[in-house]
Design a protein. Structure first.
Length: 203
């Protein structure tokens, strides 16, 4: 049975969260296309996992929660991660999850072959950080995740980005509302399309 691991990290509920709307669209479409599959869900904002501490790192055996998180990661055939940009990077709760599941000798490192597992990053941000924009150099959200997930863990990474989410509520960005609406439409369509593509690979 194929397994989807669905992670959300936005502080806001579905109706007010660009990243949650993308992960929700992905999950629903994946389940429709692959009804025999199962979903593991973690809301890292509602139920944060602990940050690493010295006791966890130096323990002779893995603490139960860390073992559970790693096992979920290993079991998943596909992962979808909601990654809003907060202060130019990922939420600390998502970083805590990554720190828990990245374990030398088990999920990465010498002797651990790349899994080839597929991961979809559903990113959202209030402005635009595309190459060529004034704040392109401030983008430490998807750039970081592509480095860690792709380069570090050897996963196949796809990034779907919804941008300009603040345009409808920030008067100074009123002129960007059409672009924001287009970004919303395109990203939601791509999330559903990606889910169908990933489900088809598991048949």
């Amino acid at each position: 049975m194929a397994v989807l691991l669905h992670l959300d990290s936005s502080l806001f509920p579905l109706e007010n969260s660009g990243s949650r709307r993308l992960t929700d669209a992905f999950r629903k479409t994946w389940q429709e296309a692959h009804p025999q599959g199962s979903v593991i869900y973690r809301d890292l904002a509602a139920a944060p996992v602990p940050h690493l501490d010295a006791a966890t790192v130096t323990a002779e055996s893995l603490p139960p929660l860390r073992e559970e998180l790693i096992a979920e990661f290993e079991k998943a055939d596909v992962i979808v991660i909601g990654a809003p940009m907060y202060n130019f990077t990922i939420p600390s709760t998502l970083k805590a999850w990554l720190d828990q599941i990245i374990l030398a000798g088990r999920t990465f490192g010498e002797g651990v072959p790349p899994s080839g597992k597929r991961v979809v990053v559903a990113a959202s941000r209030g402005g635009s950080y595309r190459p060529g924009t004034p704040r392109a150099g401030f983008e430490h959200d998807t750039n970081y995740l592509e480095t860690v997930l792709g380069g570090g863990l050897g996963l196949q990474v796809e990034v779907i980005t919804r941008e300009l989410t603040m345009a409808p509520v920030n008067p100074a960005m009123a002129a960007l509302v059409p672009q924001a609406e287009e970004s919303e439409r395109e990203s939601l369509e791509r999330a559903a399309e990606s889910a169908r593509e990933h489900a088809a690979l598991l048949v």
